[in-house]
Design a protein. Structure first.
Length: 225
């Protein structure tokens, strides 16, 4: 028994030796660890006090080499969920949602930029053909850019009030897309009309119309004159 206790303590000392400081949580897990390079590592619970009239809040999530990574949750000082944010390389990435006591009030969509490599290969949609995309390598400026659909909800009813779509920090104009689609449909219809074969009357009908023309008789076709 004494051997296992010594072994456990040795492993614990070796594990915690990589950290300059840390705390032990209620579940006996390691929290708020700082490594030898003064970087935050692992799971953190952060209490942010109120400042200049702004209320304080608590947040929890994971740090990797001093940068936020993965899903972070933010709570009010009363313990209500205020936000769920996603991070990569310390920058917002993917969906972030914000709430009040009635439910969701806003949903954001972000694309994080790798600080070590700001170039990315992305799909650029064709406005004239929604089903067609082109792959391009571009340099993205900034740490995170708006990318995707942002939705805003009525804080009283929870109903969707407005939505916006961004492409690498630039808002897309839905009217321009619809206009491009309309032009594409019009061009397609014009092509079909131009290439449509002309209707050819049967030989019997042509001969019959010639005979009527010689006799000067009219064909009763149901029209009124």
């Amino acid at each position: 028994m004494r051997f296992f206790l010594v072994l456990f303590l040795a492993i614990g000392v070796q594990s915690f030796g990589q950290y300059k400081s840390f705390t032990i949580g209620a579940k006996r897990d390691t929290l708020n660890a700082i490594d030898q390079q003064d970087r935050r590592q692992g799971k953190w619970v952060v209490k942010v006090p109120g400042l200049r009239g702004e209320p304080g809040y608590d947040e929890e999530g994971v740090y990797r080499d001093g940068k936020k990574e993965g899903t972070w949750r933010v709570y009010t000082q009363q313990g209500d969920l205020f936000a769920v944010e996603n991070y990569r390389w310390g920058n917002k990435n993917g969906k972030s949602q914000y709430f009040n006591i009635r439910g969701i009030v806003r949903e954001e969509s972000w694309k994080a930029v790798n600080p070590a490599n700001p170039y990315d290969t992305i799909e650029v949609p064709d406005l004239a053909d929604p089903g067609k995309v082109e792959m391009k390598v571009i340099k993205i400026e900034g740490t995170a850019v708006k990318h995707g659909t942002w939705r805003y909800y009525d804080p009283a009813t929870g109903m969707l009030a407005k939505s916006e779509t961004y492409f690498l920090d630039k808002i897309e104009d839905p009217n321009a897309r619809l206009a491009a689609q309309g032009e594409n449909i019009a061009d397609s219809s014009a092509d079909k009309t131009a290439t449509a074969p002309k209707k050819v009357k049967p030989k019997e009908v042509v001969e019959f119309e010639k005979k009527l023309g010689k006799k000067g008789k009219k064909v009763i076709d149901g029209r009124t004159y």
